[in-house]
Design a protein around this ligand. Structure first.
Ligand SMILES: Cc1cc2nc3c(=O)[nH]c(=O)nc-3n(C[C@H](O)[C@H](O)[C@H](O)COP(=O)(O)OP(=O)(O)OC[C@H]3O[C@@H](n4cnc5c(N)ncnc54)[C@H](O)[C@@H]3O)c2cc1C
Length: 420
């Protein structure tokens, strides 16, 4: 199928009441993470019937990143939701810092950004997702089905017509003009659709765990680099979310060396928490994040579009994954709301979404790979932070260059705005 019609609303044509329930909607979204939930809200407010399917019963999950960046805050503001969102408990930081044995430095200072929201807000992702989906539920054409695990695509003649999914009450089918895969970095739908993934092999992994925060602890999220270690502490109110970066595949060696050795290593890297590393009682508390950086060559097929991590898994460097997933949702809603309402989504619309989003993502992935190779891998390989040559140091001294990390982390390569 070329650039012609991708699909039409099949409601009138589909036989119903077969082996399992068949539901009809205009857009079915697999996954209610930041990308899926946001796209659901944006389409619903533009008058599109939308069904979001989420495999979990709630949004309470292990740590998956809690950052809300200036660009997301601006998007929420455009929706009139920034102030209610900020009424939820959160912490803020206007700087990201790192410490080395030679002293400390600022990686990104958001205070210079020209925005109403010159900071990173930290809010548990489940609170953010509850907020977005509660807001979406105010639109009668929005529906969120929890405990609904998407199993397979429904295809007819090479066209994706919807999905088959499992619920506690049995198998169901949702048929739609457009299916959106927002089911994360291990997306089942993108695999089933046969979409090709291209990726790099990042040289690092991350171990995540918690350590309590105490009175007098610093407030700002900080990276500690030194002695062959790179450890990041993120303030989550009454505890630190700790990311312990390690060379790819070193997880087994670290676990084999035993908990005591790991606790010691954490304490040596971050002396401020050395007195409480015994809170790490067993390896079950320590989760491995296998760092992936990849993207789809083509984000779509007739009737199907992938967004968020399903289209491009990012490295945790810069903590930009949520931000980008939300920008994808905004770009997709801007392009697709009208065609969906008109019942005609063509391949050129799906291609337009990819075209708008692909370049900024490729640039960011390139920058992340550079950071892996030049900063993170040497730091965990024992080399410490490399000293840049004098011309690079001079360049880094320029204000415009110094402000770049905050701009890129805060807004991405270029901002995306909600179409009024
Ligand atoms: C440990 C960790 C730390 C991170 N830290 C940060 C950070 O600080 N800042 C940041 O910006 N990003 C961070 N990220 C990345 C960020 O969480 C992701 O980039 C972002 O959540 C992507 O959003 P998404 O909606 O595309 O996918 P996801 O958030 O992965 O959401 C996918 C959703 O789909 C659901 N789902 C999956 N399969 C199915 C199915 N078959 N049927 C139905 N539902 C399904 C999942 O349950 C989930 O709710 C981190 C990630 C990890 C793992």
């Amino acid at each position: 199928m070329g650039d012609s019609l991708v699909g039409q609303d099949t409601r009138a044509r589909e036989p119903s009441g077969q082996k399992h329930d068949v539901r009809h909607t205009t857009c079915v979204i697999a996954g209610s993470g930041p990308a899926g939930a946001m796209l659901g809200l944006l389409l619903a407010r533009r008058g599109v019937d939308v069904l979001v399917l989420e495999k979990h019963a709630d949004f309470l999950r292990d740590f998956r990143g809690d950052t809300i960046h200036p660009s997301t805050m601006e998007i929420m503001d455009e929706l009139g939701l920034a102030d209610p969102l900020l009424n939820l408990p959160h912490t803020k930081t206007s700087r990201l810092r790192f410490r080395t044995p030679r002293g400390s430095a600022t990686l990104a200072d958001f205070g210079h950004l020209k925005t109403r929201f010159p900071y990173l807000a930290f809010m548990p992702q489940w609170d953010f997702l509850d907020f977005v989906t509660d807001e979406a539920r105010r639109y009668p054409n929005f529906e969120l089905e929890m405990n609904a695990e998407v199993r397979e695509l429904v295809e007819e003649g090479g066209l994706v017509r919807g999905v088959r999914y499992e619920t506690p009450d049995g198998t169901r089918e949702a048929r739609a003009l457009l299916t959106v895969a927002a089911d994360g970095r291990d997306s089942r739908l993108r695999e089933q659709a046969g979409l090709r993934v291209v990726g790099t092999a990042p040289p690092i992994d991350v171990l995540w765990f918690r350590i309590s925060r105490r009175k007098g602890d610093p407030e700002e999220p900080t990276g500690y680099i030194g002695g062959g270690r790179f450890v990041v502490l993120i303030n989550r109110g009454d505890y630190w979310q700790v990311g312990y970066v390690l060379p790819k595949g070193a997880d087994r060696r670290i676990r084999a060396a035993g908990l005591e050795s790991f606790r010691r290593s954490v304490g040596e890297a971050v002396p401020e928490v050395a007195d409480r590393t015994d809170e790490i009682q067993d390896w079950g508390q320590v989760k491995l994040l296998s760092v992936q950086v990849n993207r789809l060559r083509r984000w779509f097929r007739p009737g199907l579009l992938c967004i968020g991590d399903a289209a491009h898994a990012m490295s945790p460097v810069g903590g930009v994954g949520i931000n980008l997933a939300i920008q994808d949702a905004v770009a997709a809603a801007n392009v697709l709301a009208e065609p969906l309402r008109a019942g005609r989504v063509e391949l050129r619309h799906l291609r337009a979404v990819q075209r708008r989003r692909e370049l900024p993502i490729r640039i960011l992935q390139g920058l992340q790979s550079l950071a892996h190779r030049r900063i993170v891998a040497p730091a965990v390989g024992g080399g410490g932070l490399p000293s840049p040559p004098p011309p690079v140091r001079a360049l880094l001294g320029l204000r415009i260059v110094r402000n770049l990390p905050a701009r890129i982390i805060g807004f991405g390569i270029w901002p995306v705005h909600v179409r009024p």
